[in-house]
Design a protein around this ligand. Structure first.
Ligand SMILES: *Cc1c(COP(=O)(O)O)cnc(C)c1O
Length: 362
């Protein structure tokens, strides 16, 4: 069997063990004679997977008793709208920290439904860093503060989360959830589309405080778009994306077996440092546009001396079995997405290739 080194930003590489388990039990799952994607979502077998995935999130992140785990469809983009639908009452305002693309899309939805303000932005520096606490202008009466923990496109990441004061903090962690231990309990809600760091596309995970959901005014919110609906029915109000949730469960088991989030952090820092150290070593050939303190350990963005060389680099990489290294179409350049599942050997192979490419083309 041949496996490429997959640096795509999402859907992205998954742990081999999680895929192998799915392969092995694809046709006959746990002796049922059915695939997990064929069996009823009301069956006791599926129910066990569903709840195991929920408890693994709680365990890995050390969530307190108030938190509930929800599985919702529509990706992180639907969360951009569900958040203000549920938690931005008429006449109130929400704070958003703008770190580019994804936060801008989140703000767009809030502006459709109510009013929001930019509580901080790194736009003046081309989104090449995240704002510091001192630069934030927080509204103490905001309905919530929204922060995008990792900007997948710009390659920036918060290494210290903002202090929101008394305001509920919400994190879009689509591209770095579970990358390291965090104080998840300082949030009121965390959401993530699964297809970057925790599974296949088709499901978003929402970790939300029950006490906050119970306070929301949702009279005019359609049933499926209420957090309360999914919370009350344990994400089984309607048919959940059961196969995606099963894959997420497999991935979470793998994370736990690697030493949980402590294990993930060691693995991820080593991988990221391999690339960032190379930029230090060869500054005339590879350059990170991102300020040091804001560099992402999930999406490593870099430039070569010319766009021609960047195109050649991406093309030559594919010949060497490395895919997905082209930067996002909105920013150009190159990007290596090295999520939890990317093996250290994959990053080492990339670094070796980069050195050779620079030697031949430099
Ligand atoms: C990919 C991404 C999204 C959008 O996710 P979808 O599931 O495709 O809607 C939102 N936020 C961040 C930070 C992302 O990386």
């Amino acid at each position: 069997m041949y496996r490429s080194w997959n640096f795509y930003a999402g859907p992205a590489t998954l742990p081999l063990e999680a895929l192998e388990q799915a392969r092995d039990e694809f046709l006959d799952w746990e002796g049922t004679g059915m695939s997990v994607m064929e069996i009823s979502h009301r069956s006791k077998q599926y129910d066990a997977v569903h709840h195991e995935a929920m408890s693994l999130f709680k365990e890995l992140l050390g969530l307190d008793e108030d938190f509930e785990v929800l599985f919702v469809q529509g990706g992180a983009s639907t969360q951009f709208a569900m958040l203000p639908l549920n938690f931005l009452p008429q006449g109130a305002s929400a704070d958003y920290i703008n770190t580019g693309t994804w936060s801008a899309k989140a703000m767009k939805e809030a502006n459709i439904l109510g009013s929001c303000r930019e509580a901080g932005s790194s736009e003046s520096s081309g989104f090449t860093r995240v704002p510091t606490q001192g630069e934030l202008d927080l509204d103490p009466n905001a309905a919530y503060l929204h922060v995008t923990s990792n900007n997948t496109i710009k390659g920036t990441q918060f290494h210290q989360f903002p202090d929101p004061g008394q305001v509920p903090m919400v994190g879009d962690m689509s591209s770095d959830i579970l990358w390291r231990p965090i104080n998840a309990n300082s949030f009121s809600m965390i959401y993530a589309g699964a297809q970057k760091n925790i599974g296949p596309s088709g499901v978003a995970v929402v970790l939300v405080r029950r006490s906050w959901v119970e306070k929301a005014t949702v009279d005019r919110v359609p049933t499926m778009l209420r957090y309360a609906t999914h919370l009350d029915k344990e994400s089984l109000y309607n048919t959940p994306p059961s196969f995606s949730i099963y894959m997420v469960r497999n991935v979470l088991r793998w994370v736990k077996a690697q030493g949980g989030l402590v294990g993930m952090e060691a693995r991820n820092r080593a991988k990221g440092d391999l690339l960032y150290n190379l930029f230090e070593e060869m500054p005339d050939f590879f350059r990170s546009p991102v300020e040091k303190a804001s560099r992402s350990y999930m999406n490593v963005v870099f430039r070569l001396p010319s766009e021609e060389l960047e195109a050649k680099f991406v093309a030559d990489a594919t010949v060497n079995g490395m895919f997905g290294l082209k930067g996002h179409r909105s920013v150009g350049g190159c990007r290596a997405s090295i999520y939890n599942a990317m093996a250290p050997e994959g990053v080492q192979a990339l670094v070796d290739f980069m050195k050779e490419f620079a030697r031949v083309n430099g």
